[in-house]
Write a protein that binds this ligand. Structure first.
Ligand code: AMP
Length: 326
């Protein structure tokens, strides 16, 4: 995850909610992708390390456990950069130019110059990030599937150009997140920092309530006795995602459809469910941020652990490329 801002409910359902249970089943590596933050935000780095610490506090708040998973910082494992450089020798530039997000993001982020080598190369850096741990699976949303396809192509190319007794690099597979995209408070199809339509994991109960009460809902429903639409209505998308009280949600939907409930009741119940979900996360993240030295140790220890694995992989890569000096 890139340290470009505070984490919000979209990150909770689209990433963290998936990462946490994987810890019980796999040897997981989760990292602060600080070099990836530079690929688009290179001119604005003043908050980068602060966001890094804050994001990791959010991860731990949401249930990631540094005893179970390796939590680390990309730039503290410089081996990622060496593998990226070595892979770049065998990857044709058009493979990167045809990654769908390349042109899309240049169109969307017109306020900055993204004609850099760093931006073109970021999917290849992702390939290195994954391949350096012999990762078999990467938990991703639909938006990242094309990048993983590229990673597999690159790994195959490398293994072909530098054959060894056993393939040197492992082809990663996507572990698709079941949850799609969480819409924004404003009804936009994506909750996103850049759209300002977020509820942060750090928001207090008062902030949550204030934001929920102003949420976009069915615009055709001008009064409480007018039947409303539930499908695609962000208030109900959130109820489905965050309210574990299913009979309550079913009852609200039925009364909404028949014009027998006011927005205030629907939204108050949502604010209540969200607060119940976010409070334990917020308390844990505050506790973690209060022990800043311990948080730093977690990241440095995790990075050292990651570095040991990454160094082994690179030794194999250098051997296969016959650039080991003995
Ligand atoms: P970003 O901070 O936008 O780069 O997002 C990092 C990751 O968080 C994405 O790849 C998604 O997996 C997840 N994510 C961010 N926003 C949302 C959202 N609104 N709905 C679902 N998942 C999201």
């Amino acid at each position: 995850m890139r340290p470009t801002g505070s984490l919000h409910l979209g990150h909770l359902v689209g990433a963290l909610g998936n990462w946490v249970p994987l810890q019980e089943q796999y040897d997981c590596f989760y990292f602060v992708a600080d070099w990836h933050a530079l690929t688009s935000d290179y001119a604005n780095t003043s908050q980068l390390t602060a966001y890094a610490y804050e994001n990791v506090a959010d991860w731990i708040g949401a249930g990631l456990d540094p005893e179970k998973s390796t939590l680390f910082v990309q730039s503290l494992v410089p081996e990622h950069a060496e593998l990226y450089l070595l892979l770049s020798m065998v990857v044709p530039v058009p493979w990167l130019e045809r990654v769908p997000t390349y042109k899309d993001q240049q169109e969307n982020l017109k306020d900055r110059d993204l004609s850099t080598i760093g931006f073109l190369g970021y999917p290849l850096l992702q390939t290195a990030d994954v391949a350096i741990y012999d990762a078999r699976f990467v938990p991703v949303g639909e938006d990242q599937v094309a990048h993983l396809e590229l990673a597999r192509e690159v790994v195959r190319r490398f293994n072909n150009v530098f054959p060894a007794r056993e393939d040197v690099l492992v082809e990663p597979q996507p572990l698709l997140t079941t949850f799609g995209r969480l819409p924004g408070l404003d009804g936009d199809k994506k909750m996103s920092k850049s759209l300002g339509n977020t509820i942060h994991l750090s928001d207090t109960p008062d902030e949550v309530k204030r934001k929920v009460m102003r949420m976009y809902t069915d615009p055709k429903r001008v009064r409480a006795d007018v039947p409303g639409t539930v499908e695609g209505n962000p208030v109900f998308v959130y109820h489905d995602a965050f309210n574990p009280n299913l009979p309550e949600v079913d009852d609200l939907k039925a009364r909404y459809r028949s014009g027998k409930v006011g927005d205030v009741e629907v939204k108050s119940k949502l604010a209540h469910a969200l607060t119940a979900r976010l409070e334990p996360i917020r308390e844990r993240r505050e506790a973690v941020l209060g022990q800043r030295q311990r948080l730093k140790e977690i990241l440095f220890e995790g990075s050292a652990r990651a570095r040991a694995v990454a160094s082994d992989t690179l030794a194999r890569v250098r051997d296969a490329m016959k650039i080991t000096y003995r």
